[in-house]
Design a protein around this ligand. Structure first.
Ligand SMILES: NC(=O)c1ccc[n+]([C@@H]2O[C@H](COP(=O)([O-])OP(=O)(O)OC[C@H]3O[C@@H](n4cnc5c(N)ncnc54)[C@H](O)[C@@H]3O)[C@@H](O)[C@H]2O)c1
Ligand SMILES: [Zn+2]
Ligand SMILES: [Zn+2]
Length: 372
């Protein structure tokens, strides 16, 4: 079949919106009609090459849609089901899934390369194969995905809100709740208020943090952070250090800091470590360019003050459990998803959407996939 999709033909090029060919689902795969997709910063890491994906590719890994057709052997889903794709699948069989750590699922190792489990892709254009973002490619009206990537959700959840939990919300919330393990009464700093950071602020609030300090150079982001639960804001990590000396008992600093800027930098880690107290936790959620290997920080302080530096992937979430939980928190009014959608775009205005992301205009930009 044909589908309209946003293709990245080369690094640092605009997304090219064109009609391309999509194969039917193979065994264990599902054809999904996408309705909405969020614009996560990670697709931009594919554009710049910070994330070395195979090109050409169709981007997008944060979406929601409706099952159109299932391939041979798929029993958990049927046409008409509403689904959220996860950018890391949960096979339920591997060591990591068995441990309750499906964000590290072995099947994710293959799918995150942008190819199916048989090593081939379902997309083709201009006479060649086109690869995918995490074997999802939600910047498309239709996509074929692996059944392990899909979580069925209730029909009454708006699909634009649901799209956000496919990546940014689960990642940010989980960074606070699962990785920073925020406890009631704690002081938490979130550095970088995009979709991921806004969800980290909410995770810290829902976990019972007493003080939440949101750091972002953009005034609009700092204002928005207050809507999501921030009690304090600062324009830089240096300003946050000074503020924490005033607002924490005895100037002991924060219990946890979560790093959710657009591009992680090794030379910013020392500053993050200085935000937390003795025994404090620093969580790195933001993605750095893959070739960067240098990090600046005091190993002496890491040991003597017993600080911790933790990485997190997909918020260390078990998506099949966490996504339905997050959607219930949304329905009960505790998790604000509608408020995270700042502006809406179409596939044709996707490049404008990413320009807006870089300009700090959006908490999250969402693309409405036009089927009209
Ligand atoms: N670990 C994971 O599983 C995972 C999942 C999704 C996204 N990510 C990564 O998380 C990061 C955030 O994604 P996003 O979509 O929210 O990005 P975004 O671009 O929407 O938001 C980033 C925010 O950081 C702010 N910022 C930039 N530099 C800053 C600095 N030095 N100090 C404070 N704030 C700063 C920007 O103003 C912006 O508001 C990206 O690196 C993305 O690739 C990781
Ligand atoms: Zn993402
Ligand atoms: Zn698995």
């Amino acid at each position: 079949m044909k589908t309209r999709a946003a293709v990245l033909w080369d690094r640092n090029q605009p997304w090219s919106v064109e009609e391309i060919d999509l194969d039917p689902p193979k065994a264990g795969e599902v054809l999904v009609k996408l309705i909405h997709t969020g614009m996560c910063h990670s697709d931009d890491h594919a554009v710049t090459g910070d994330m070395p994906t195979i090109l050409p590719m169709v981007g997008g890994h944060e979406g929601a849609g409706i099952v159109e057709e299932v391939g041979e052997g798929v029993t958990a889903l049927k046409p008409g089901d509403h689904v959220v794709p996860m950018f890391i699948p949960a096979c339920g069989q591997c060591r990591w899934c068995a441990q309750g750590r499906s964000n590290l699922c072995d099947v994710g190792g293959t799918l995150m390369m942008g190819i199916g489990l048989d090593g081939t892709t379902r997309l083709h254009a201009r006479g060649q194969d086109v690869f995918t973002m995490c074997f999802l490619s939600t910047f498309s009206q239709y996509a074929v995905m692996n059944e392990h990537s899909l979580v069925k959700i209730p029909d009454d959840i708006p699909l634009d809100a649901a799209a956000l939990v496919g990546c940014g919300v689960t990642t940010g919330y989980g960074s606070a709740v699962n990785t920073a393990k925020v406890q009631p009464g704690e002081t938490v700093v979130v550095v970088g208020i995009g979709g991921v950071g806004a969800a980290a602020v909410q995770g810290a609030r829902i976990a019972g943090a007493e003080q939440i300090l949101a750091v972002d150079p953009v005034e609009f982001k700092r204002d928005q952070a207050k809507t999501f639960g921030a009690t304090h804001t600062a324009a830089s990590v240096a300003d946050a250090v000074e503020l924490l000396k005033e607002i924490t008992p005895g100037g002991m600093m924060a219990d946890a800091a979560i790093y959710t800027v657009g591009i992680a930098r090794g030379d910013e880690i020392a500053g993050l470590m200085s935000l937390v107290s003795k025994g404090g936790r620093v969580v790195v959620t933001a993605v750095s360019p893959m070739e960067d290997t240098q990090v600046t920080m005091s190993l002496f302080e890491l040991t003597i003050w017993q600080k911790e530096l933790r990485g997190t992937l997909f918020g260390a979430a078990n998506g099949r459990k966490e996504i339905p939980t997050l959607l219930r928190l949304y329905q009960s009014g505790q998790l604000m998803l509608d408020e995270m959608i700042t502006n809406r775009y179409t596939l044709d205005t996707i490049n404008e959407g990413y320009k807006d992301m870089h300009a700090g205009v959006n908490i999250r930009g969402v693309i409405d996939l036009d089927h009209g």
